[in-house]
Each structure stands twice: as structure tokens, then as C-alpha cells.
Ligand binder design. Sequence first.
Ligand code: PFF
Length: 440
Amino acid sequence: MARSQWGSRLGFILAAAGSAIGLGAIWKFPYVAATNGGGAFLFIYLGICLTLGLVLMLAEMALGRATSAGAVGAFRKLAGGFWPLIGYMGVLVCFLILSFYSVVGGWTIAYIVKSLQGGIMTSDPKALGAIFGGFISDPVQPLLYHGGFALLTLAVVVGGVQKGIEALSKFLMPALFALMLVLIARGLTLPGALEGVSYFVAPDFSKVSASMLVDALGLAFFSLSLGLGIMITYGSYVGRESKLLGSALWVILLTVATCFLAGLMVLPAVFAFGFDPSAGPGLTFITMPAVFAHLPLGQLFAVMFFCLLLLAALTSSVSLLEVVTSFAIDELRLSRRTAAILMAAGTFLLGIPASLSLGVWGDYQLFGMNFFDLLDFVTSKLLMPAGELLLALFVGWKAWPVVRAELSSGRSPRAMQCMRGFCMALAPLLIGCIMVASFR
Ligand code: PFF
């Protein structure tokens, strides 16, 4: 049977960008950039996305299109041995990420409710910090919202309404960009906001450290949905005639643009209202309500913002659940419904200790980290970079003829040679050195 294909090239780009753009750009990017000192981090992050990110995204899409297979299948078709392990690792990482992603997705639902009730309309940093802290450390409420988010993700995957989500993405992205522009304009006109702008964009390269580099590397892969086979799977539905380079560039540009806008939306406000830039994972949730409190119709904007954030998170979480579900269908021979329910239940259960570790179980630590941070660390700083390193080696040494055949039309042999060299040596070296340096 012919493999189904995206309705159009735009549909493919939107679905891939829908997976990429989510909590990574709007929740994670601002606080990781802020804790790493701003400007220099932004430049390094952009540099990684436009080099490593672009080449590896292209490679993933090409592997998918060439093999018409998903994460594990693509490696199995092209090489035996231990290579398919890269695919298995990707599935495992999707599972781990989804567990804590769903916890944060739950926070967005809770903040929709809080915005509707009007309880967060203040610009007092202490009060907003206390509201967020009180909420995430509560033993029951975040779990209910986490369950709600997991059910929504499950409903989309089981209900087969992905088409609806694709259609929604067409509206979601322009709406998200427009709303962010309004919020940026408000934030930038607050007294003291310019200090935040310069913190965010003016690079101070004396702050560069190995731990900053590994943060930027992990965040680049996380925000672009790379290294887990998602772009392989999406690429497998692309028609021959589509130009992959243009599509990959679009996905990357849309994602880094969202990250940049999110930084401009959050950081000036952090400085204008006197929040702590190194507040960590709560930064977006603590800061944005203060901006809403200073906008006419602020409550309406708050509801809209958290609704759009929820939808952006859902288009990403659906791609994560889709990968683990397809794996369970193919490898465990389960029906789609059973597979999706089992996997969603599994990620929900793993998310419970992650959520509780931000409150009542905060004292249980491993390597100085609570369980939530540990999951984030293991996925973003260990397994995703390791997966990308292996993927680059795979492309350069094992699958090059196939990847070249997919990408070379209309391109000079020299450009292709450069890409191969990059995958064979430079990319693995760069990733390897950054990982090793950050552990010393
Ligand atoms: N890229 C998504 C985000 O930034 O929110 C998260 C994500 C989705 C990471 C899919 C990895 C992935 F495979």
C-alpha cells in the first residue's frame, strides 16, 4: 500500500513546525537563556540551530523519505547491527520527555483557569512567585491538570484528529505570533524594560562556559524536536518532488523566531517588574501575568495567551505520543487504541513523581537534582545530544549514498562533500567535546 503523504508541502512544514514549536520555545527557552546570562547564550543557541540543527534536520527528513519508514525502521532498513538502537533510544527519550512535558502542559491549563478567575492579575513579583510556587508544590492540583493534559493528548492521537490539528496549526502560528507581538510591545514600553533587552541580546562572551554550551546544545535539539526520529517519521510522508532543504529551513526559522520573540516577551518584563531572571522553570508563568495586569483587557489577553500556549504544547505532545504509539503498534503488535492508551498511561504515571518532586517529594534527590530536573537533564543533556552524535556518524559513514541521493539534485558536489565531512567528523566532534567538557 502506498504510504500516505502530506496534503501539501505547507502541510508538512506546519506539522513539523507544530511539533517543534511548543513549551520548548515559550516556557523553556526564556528561563534557560536567562539563567545562562542572556546575550551570549542566544547567539550560541542560534549558531547551533543554523548549523548542526539544519544539517541534522535535513538528514533526518532525508532518511525518512528514502526509507518510507519511522524512527526504528529507517535504521533497520539501511543497516543492521546496533544502528537501530538509535531509533529505540529515540522512542525511549520521547517517552521520558512526554512524562514531564505533560506536567508543564498541565500548568498551562491551570493558568487558563486562574486567568479566568482573575486571581493572577497583579504585578507584584512576590505575590506571583507565591501563586506559582504554591500551585506546583501542591500534592494534588498539578496532578489533576497533568492528567487532563495527558487525556487531551491521548484524545487527539486515538481520535485521529491529527488532520484537525494540522488545520489548527495554520491558525495557531499566526495567532501566536500576533499575540506575542502585542505582549512584546507592551513589555518594551514599560520603564526599565530596555535593560532586559540588552541582557537578552547583547552578548557577553566572558559568560561562555561548558555548561552553557551543553545547555544550548540540548535546548536546540529539544526545541527543534531533533534526534528522536520525529523528523524521520514526518519525512517519510513527504513526496519526492518536495524540496527538503527549503522545508527544513522554514521549520528552523519559525522555531528560532518563536524562541526569540518569547525571550523578547519575557525578559524585558522580568527587568521592568524586578523579577529574578534566574527564577528557573517558573519564569514565563510568573512574569507574564504582570504584563497582563498592565494591559487594557488584560484578563482576556491572559486567557488567550495560555490557550495558545496549550495548543502549541498539544501539537508537540501529540508528536511525542505518536512516536511511542507507532512503536508499540509495530513492535508489540497492539491495536492503535490500546497502544496509545497504554503509552499515555505510562507517561502519566512517570509524570507523577516528576510533579511531586517540585513539592512534597523535593527532598528526594539524585546527583543533587530532584526527579523533574533529573528527567530534563537525562533527556536534554545526555540522551538527545548522544542520539544526534550517533545520527551524524550514521549519516556520514553508513547511510551517505542514500542521503546524498535524496538531497543532491541541483546542488554542487562540493556542497554535498562538505555536508558529508560535517556529519562524519565535525558534528560528532563538536557534540562529543561539549558533552565531555560539561562533565568535567
Ligand atoms: N520541540 C518541542 C518543544 O519545544 O516544545 C518538544 C519536543 C517535541 C521535543 C518532540 C522533542 C520531540 F521529539
